[in-house]
Design a protein around this ligand. Structure first.
Ligand code: 5GP
Length: 193
């Protein structure tokens, strides 16, 4: 199992969408969330859109491998059952979650591989965070502090992939997952005897 995390606005969602499109042999965990769907998002494909009450029930029943409040607003969590089923079936499995979630998985599944998606530079991350520049100076400063704190998590991870180009970053991730674009899962050569 591979966990992909990284700072806000680094492009985790874009990279995982590219994995979904070009490497269908990778199973991408479908998170549960209390946030409402955005246009084009499909229940069961992009997320399981659940009520706060249903999210509470899943947590209480021990059905979440990890969960967190993201951006201080909505809850997001990884349903445990499907992850265990796909791992048992030997399917390359990818979780795209936030840093808090990655830390929880680190303690419950220490043998997973933890990948930090990094921006080419802190300046570039801030540029992506601030977007069209509609935020005021205080908001920009707050986002910069968040970016610095999140970037400081990098040493906790096994591997860093720089998201300088989405296709290149996805291909590097696919290499770690042991899959190629032809649909085959690469296997190591057998050792005689
Ligand atoms: P968005 O609302 O833009 O789809 O996602 C917001 C954030 O939630 C992203 O940083 C994403 O990595 C994080 N996220 C999505 N699913 C999960 C999950 O199952 N667990 C955790 N901890 N974070 C998640």
């Amino acid at each position: 199992m591979t966990v992909l995390a990284g700072p806000t606005a680094v492009g985790k969602g874009t990279v995982s969408a590219d994995v979904r499109a070009r490497y269908p042999q990778v199973w991408l965990s479908v998170s549960a969330t209390t946030r409402p769907p955005r246009p084009g998002e499909v229940h069961g494909v992009h997320y399981l859109f659940v009520s706060p009450e249903e999210f509470d029930r899943m947590v209480a029943a021990g059905e979440m491998l990890e969960w967190a409040v993201v951006h201080g607003r909505h809850r997001y969590g990884t349903p445990r059952g499907p992850v265990e089923d796909h791992l048992a079936a030997g399917r390359p499995t990818l979780l795209e979650i936030d840093l808090q979630g990655a830390r929880q998985v680190r303690s419950s599944m220490p043998t997973a591989r933890f990948v930090f998606l990094s921006p080419p530079s802190l300046e570039e991350l801030v540029r992506r965070l601030v977007g069209r520049g509609t935020e005021d100076a205080e908001e920009r400063a707050r986002r910069l502090r968040t970016a610095e704190v999140e970037m400081a998590a990098e040493p906790e991870f096994d591997v860093t992939i720089v998201n300088d180009d989405v296709t290149r970053a996805t291909d590097e991730l696919a290499g770690l997952l042991g899959v190629s674009e032809t649909g085959a899962t690469s296997t190591l050569p057998r050792v005689a005897g």
